[in-house]
Design a protein around this ligand. Structure first.
Ligand code: ARG
Length: 268
């Protein structure tokens, strides 16, 4: 029913909110670090219990956002397109990810020319590489990704700063069937029209679930691991044959991310 996936995660050992680069981040709000770690370990253990492989990247004490491992690279067909971060606070994460891939047998690792924040803004379906722009990744990175992966890239304009990365507003449920769920108001009118055309049967999220970062989910094609507060998505997912797996990642929400943000997928 589903194939085991290969993920890369980075423990929130040094997670803090000391700067604000998205509207979710409030440096005045305390983070419960032990709780963040427990919640992260629970997600990692859930993946493993479902039969997925989770590799772990060593956290760097100087990089508090490194727990959001999805931003460090995009891996498709075993080829790695590294990241180049929009904000200087996260810049050094890119090299740590490239080094990990090089050390783990990936022969094609590209240091990108243009700004892209990995799977924050790139989502993979059988037909497309969906690519967000507007807040973080440069539109120029879309051409670079298309050339590198040899897959058609489709640019989507994000317009609401709360949904600053594509993976906060759209989730691929089943790549093979081009099945997605998304929150339309996060996109420009033209991009909404494009999404309707490409994915006429998509699951459309409502605002409370989008605000709970319910779209920041990871699907293996059957199980959909998503923030537990996004309860409005559970039944629609079940009706489509998926199994929602609620995850408690409230501490990591304080940095503006949830399940997908902390999970990089290594596609062979
Ligand atoms: N604090 C991080 C940032 O603003 C959160 C990144 C979330 N990651 C994601 N894939 N959306 O960059």
């Amino acid at each position: 029913m589903y194939v085991p996936r290969h993920f890369l995660m980075c423990p929130p050992e040094h997670f803090r909110v000391t700067y604000s680069i998205n509207p979710w981040m409030d440096p005045g709000k305390p983070v419960d670090l032990p709780l963040a770690l427990t919640q992260w370990e629970d997600l990692r253990d859930r993946y493993r219990a479902l039969g997925h492989t989770v590799d772990v990247l060593d956290p760097d004490p100087g990089l508090p956002d490194m727990v959001y491992a999805a931003n460090g690279a995009t891996v498709v067909d075993g080829r790695v397109l590294g990241a180049r971060f929009a904000h200087p606070e996260r810049a050094d994460e890119a090299a740590a990810h490239r080094a990990w891939y090089r050390a783990h047998g990936y022969a094609d690792v590209r240091e990108p020319e243009h700004i892209n924040e990995g799977e924050g803004d790139f989502a993979v379906t059988a037909s497309w590489l969906l690519a967000g722009r507007g807040f973080r990744s440069s539109p120029l990175s879309h051409g670079e990704a298309q050339e590198y992966f040899g897959r058609p890239v489709l640019g989507l304009d994000l317009i609401d700063p709360r949904y600053y990365h594509l993976d906060t507003a759209l989730c691929v449920l089943d790549a093979a069937r081009d099945d997605v769920m998304y929150y339309p108001p996060a996109f420009s009118p033209g991009s909404q029209a494009v999404l309707r055309r490409l994915f006429p049967g998509a699951l459309i999220a409502e605002e409370p679930d989008a605000l709970a970062l319910g779209l920041n989910a990871v699907s293996d094609g059957h199980h959909v691991l998503l923030p537990q507060a996004a309860t409005g998505l559970f039944d629609p997912l079940r009706e489509r044959g998926y199994e929602p797996v609620p995850i408690d990642l409230t501490e990591l929400l304080k940095g503006g991310g949830s399940v997908k943000c902390v999970t990089a997928e290594l596609r062979s």
